[in-house]
Design a protein around this ligand. Sequence first.
Ligand code: 4AD
Ligand code: MG
Length: 461
Amino acid sequence: LPPTISHLLAHPPLPIHSTTVSGWIRSIRKQKNLAFAVITDGSAPQGLQVVFLKGLDLQKLTNGASVRVTGRLVQSPGSGQSHELLVDQADAGRVAVLGECNPDTYPIQKQELSIEHLRDNVHLRARTSHIAAMLRLRDRLQRQINSWFEEQGFCYANTPVITGNDAEGAGEAFRLAMVESQHPASASATPPAEFFSRPAFLTVSHQLHLEALATAISRVYTLSPCFRAEKSMTGRHLAEFWMLEAEWAFPADNGVHGVCDLTEALLKETTAPLLDSPDLRVLWKDGDAHKLKTLSDAVNSEKPWARMSYSEAIEELSKIHPSQNFVHTPVWGHALQSEHERWLAETLVGGPVFVTDYPASLKPFYMRLNSDERTVACFDLLVPHVGELIGGSVREERVELLSKKMEDVPGSEWYLDLRKYGGAPHAGFGMGFERLISWVSGVDNIRECIPMPRWAGRMLL
Ligand code: 4AD
Ligand code: MG
């Protein structure tokens, strides 16, 4: 493949060589004998300035058109860019319009476009510099995460998306159905049947399947799509999102704090190296300086992040409630609401905080019961401006306790087998990848942290 604009800017060829770039016109300014355009191929945040000298037919060069141009890459006299491409007919410069674009109807206009307009044009919005930067950030972060897990001896595993369980038991799973015309009943006299002879769902979490693999190859993780019929229409919930999930057997014996340690190291070591990336400079807005400082203080700090138990959190929240006037009164035994989570991270701590040891009644069956018999060895990591980023726990490995908790969970035998046959202490966590992108990029709504967001009432393509 020919070099991308990013390749060319990283290793600019000498101007004596003719250089060809292909991409889309992001902006163009035509003067009498001269035209300036910025061409982007999405490989770098900045695009390439192209200067068209006289004698070329520039009529079809409009915003959004796809072009291939050949010219000389020279150092730019302007301050906005290091290099620019000079295209001059006399110099055997060439311009080919590969795909025309009507500038009057093109939905991606040069002026700032509203978030809603871009969501309505989700098929074209990756042409904007923000969404393109988010796509590259997702890619970079995934690579960082993959090498981090590799160094820790984890194996990347592919778990199923179609499943028979609702791992979280929250009743938010999408159920699968066959398309009517392909239904075997319409072609034969066979009575209608489930394709799998049992109800099938899109997975809400890969945890349970990862546990089966962790109790065989010890350290596994996946970054995979999860699906939830979420009723909450917030900026932190999608119907299809990606979750980074890890499970490992034989943890160092320090209970839930060992799990917190691992996720803290993961986040610090994978995000800190990205903070000065040019894509983040595109994504952070001017008003975000304070957010950026809290983030960079957190991920660059050698000090461990704050930790408090759920009971301590409720105590702090109750103390402040009279002056803070939360909509929901903080009460032990009730879930923390997002207003509580945000106050803990943003106001009380001013950075990430692990809240540990929630009441067993609030959490799913798989979390390990503490010796007080009313809380479980779990945590939620709360971060400023996002709220809950990670949930994790030590897993219940004691088969008697677990089978009692799973009495009402259908099809749980295989999960109990993992304990019955060589059960091993193990732990794990799940992190919403779009929420991580939102935290790192300062982008408020996770609908702008995934290429094609889906939420209740919205699935355009
Ligand atoms: O807290 P959750 O529901 O935990 C689990 O699913 C565990 N089985 C994970 C595990 O231990 N392997 O989800 C984990 C994380 C949340 O902290 C949040 O970041 C993200 O997944 N998340 C969502 N992100 C976007 N849209 C949604 N609808 C989300 N629901 C959860
Ligand atoms: Mg959770």
